[in-house]
Design a protein around this ligand. Structure first.
Ligand SMILES: [Fe+2]
Length: 254
């Protein structure tokens, strides 16, 4: 779907990593919980990293890091909310709005059924963290409801740093670029499937976010990132499993 390829505002050239780190770490104190870092937390390769701590989202500013995955627990209340058939029919294809930084999602955007408040609060929490991370003025927020893979081919978004959280269905997939030939992306594939175009070889493993994980994907419009970018795709939707529901955020500077 073209939406995932859409161009957003160019990144503020004055957005400096050092100043963002200081203010973001301070802001994260508001969301801090008495948890311990998992021993699994690591930067496995200077391309993608996984963490259990939202404060580590700051790693996305490392010049070589293209993907940061914040592992989160599934919220049973939100999961049950999104399983209710009236929710899907009310949401239809979802919605898109622009919210000012620091403001949450109004309840009215979500169907009035048990679990609505938890869902709105979770989206508001993610929006708060995202805006603090990027220091943006507004967030272009959309909730997508889809029964088919929106972007089934591997690609790089022409965006800055995009946030994706899949609440229902399989999470977004990505590949490390260690053994990738980026010239085979897009038209360079000459119409061949990704597994036949030479985009990647057998050493490449397709990684995937889990439901409720928050994923940051760095796009080609991020400063100094023009020939890099997170190589990702939408997962296939399993027949009969119901629609996939995901949250997408893009930062806006006014
Ligand atoms: Fe995309």
């Amino acid at each position: 779907m073209n939406d995932e390829l859409a161009t957003i505002e160019m990144i503020d050239p004055n957005l400096l990593q050092d100043s963002r780190e200081a203010s973001f770490v301070q802001a994260m104190d508001r969301h801090a919980e008495p948890s311990q870092k998992s021993s699994q937390d690591q930067i496995s390769h200077p391309y993608a990293c996984t963490t259990a701590e939202p404060v580590d989202l700051i790693r996305i500013f490392h010049p070589l890091i293209q993907v940061v995955r914040w592992r989160r627990q599934v919220d049973p209340g939100i999961e049950a909310y999104l399983q209710q058939r009236p929710v899907n029919s009310h949401l239809r294809n979802g919605f898109r709005i622009v919210i000012p930084a620091g403001e949450g999602l109004e309840l009215d955007f979500l169907p009035d059924l048990p679990g609505r408040r938890a869902m709105a609060q979770d989206i508001s929490l993610i929006a708060d963290i995202y805006s603090e991370l990027l220091g943006c003025d507004e967030i272009a927020l959309r909730l997508e409801v889809s029964s088919k893979a929106m972007c089934p081919r591997f690609h790089v978004d022409r965006t800055g740093i995009r946030l994706i959280c899949t609440y229902r269905g399989q999470g977004t997939e990505w590949i490390d670029d260690k053994w990738v030939d980026r010239s085979k992306l897009g038209q360079g594939s000459l119409g061949l499937a990704d597994d036949a175009s030479g985009l990647f070889d057998t050493r490449t493993t397709v990684e995937a976010a889990a439901p409720f994980d928050v994923l940051l994907l760095k796009g080609s419009l991020w400063q100094e990132n023009i020939r890099r970018g997170a190589i990702h795709r939408s997962p296939s939707v399993t027949a009969g499993s119901g629609p996939r529901i995901l949250l997408v955020m893009d930062a806006i500077w006014t």
